[in-house]
Each structure stands twice: as C-alpha cells, then as structure tokens.
Design a protein around this ligand. Structure first.
Ligand SMILES: Nc1ncnc2c1ncn2[C@@H]1O[C@H](COP(=O)(O)OS(=O)(=O)O)[C@@H](OP(=O)(O)O)[C@H]1O
Ligand SMILES: Nc1ncnc2c1ncn2[C@@H]1O[C@H](COP(=O)(O)OP(=O)(O)O)[C@@H](O)[C@H]1O
Length: 174
C-alpha cells in the first residue's frame, strides 16, 4: 500500500509521516518513508529556481511517484510525504499503486506562516526564495477526493493523533 501525505510546507507531512511510519512498523516490517524534501536532496533537485519551477516540480513529483511505484512492486508499504501540486498525478495514483490512500494534512496559511520552520514563507515575502512558494506565489489545488482530511492546526491536533487516525484507516482498508 502507498499512503500519500499531502499538504503545504509546514502542514506537518514530515512530522506526521515519521510518527505513522514508526507506528506502522510495529505491525509490518516492510515500511519505507519517502519524504519529498529528502528525495529532492537525494536526486540533487534542491539547488536552484529551476528545481522549484512548475516544470521542475512536475519532474520531481514524477520521480517520487516512480520511487513509490518501484517500492510498491516489491511489496513495501510506503508513506510518502509530498506537497503534491498536481491533481492529475493524485488521480492517477489509484491505478498506479496496488492500494492508495490519500491523506490531506490541512492547515490555514496564517498558521503556516507563523510556524515557518524552514523560513520559506519569510523568504517568499522578502522575494528571496529559490523560486515560487506554493500557497503564496503559486496556487495549491486542495485535494478533492482525499480519504482523510486532518486539520493539523486544530486546537486538539497532535502528530500522534493524526498518525493514529491514519493507521486506523490503513487497517480498515487492508
Ligand atoms: N521556493 C522554494 N524554495 C526552496 N525550497 C522550496 C521551495 N518550495 C518548496 N521548497 C522545498 O521543497 C519541498 C517540497 O518538495 P515536494 O517534492 O514535496 O513538492 S514540490 O516539488 O514542491 O511540489 C518543501 O518541503 P516541505 O516543507 O516538506 O513541503 C520545501 O522544503
Ligand atoms: N498537529 C500537528 N501535526 C504536525 N505538525 C505539527 C502539529 N502541530 C504543530 N506541528 C509542527 O509543525 C511543523 C511541521 O513541520 P513539517 O513536519 O516539517 O511539515 P512539512 O513536512 O509539511 O513541511 C513542525 O515543527 C511540527 O512540530
């Protein structure tokens, strides 16, 4: 099974993804975490504006999708943390993977600006980001067919409660 954790930068994809992978590994040994941010480093696609153009992002998303497919074919369970700007790619995942779960980690842009763990939103405002920032300079088409929508800025939200909800969904879908 392949689970995509989708959301804007700072929504909690990496934080929740790590929790979920740790939780899932207590039930199944074959769990791999594929983080968009890390994959950019692995493929050397974190070097400049060309990597954050729309064409660069699509190429990056296609590579990450191919990695997920490759792992899925080998019987691995994949947690993929990906910003995911392209609705056509999300839709294709239903045919592409053996099983696909789409989880939207939603958070108001004001909360994300306040968190700004990577300084990306400050850089967008200052005009110093290495290319457009999703949610500010380019639109983020919200998922319309997510299996779960989790508000990570709700007063009672926590990474563990998000991972627990997703784990329950996985167990019900398996
Ligand atoms: N403009 C700009 N400048 C510098 N860095 C940026 C920029 N936009 C995105 N990022 C970083 O790219 C990460 C998102 O990569 P993804 O492969 O998940 O998605 S996408 O390609 O942006 O659609 C994203 O990681 P997350 O914060 O985990 O979402 C950022 O670290
Ligand atoms: N309910 C929550 N779920 C996930 N992250 C949260 C939550 N509340 C606060 N955070 C914080 O928000 C930040 C999310 O950053 P990160 O996981 O790197 O997001 P992303 O991978 O989507 O860019 C972390 O500093 C995390 O501690």
């Amino acid at each position: 099974m392949v689970i995509w954790l989708i959301g804007l930068s700072g929504a909690g994809k990496t934080t929740v993804g790590r929790e979920l992978a740790a939780m899932w590994r207590t039930r199944s040994p074959n769990v791999v975490l594929v983080d968009g941010d890390e994959m950019r480093r692995v493929f050397g696609l974190d070097r400049g504006p060309q990597d954050y153009s729309l064409a660069g992002r699509r190429a990056n998303a296609e590579r990450i999708t191919a990695v997920c497919e490759w792992l899925d074919r080998q019987g691995m369970n994949v947690v993929c943390c990906i910003l995911s700007l392209f609705p056509d790619m999300r839709a294709g995942n239903h045919e592409r993977f053996s099983r696909y779960g789409e989880i939207y980690l939603r958070s108001a842009i004001d909360t994300l600006r306040a968190r700004d763990t990577k300084g990306l939103y400050r850089a967008a405002e200052a005009g110093t980001a290495a290319g457009p920032v999703a949610g500010i300079d380019i639109p983020f088409p919200e998922p319309t067919a997510a299996d779960l929508v989790i508000d990570t800025d709700a007063p009672d939200a926590s990474p563990v409660s998000a991972a627990t909800r997703i784990m329950k969904w996985i167990e019900a879908a398996a």
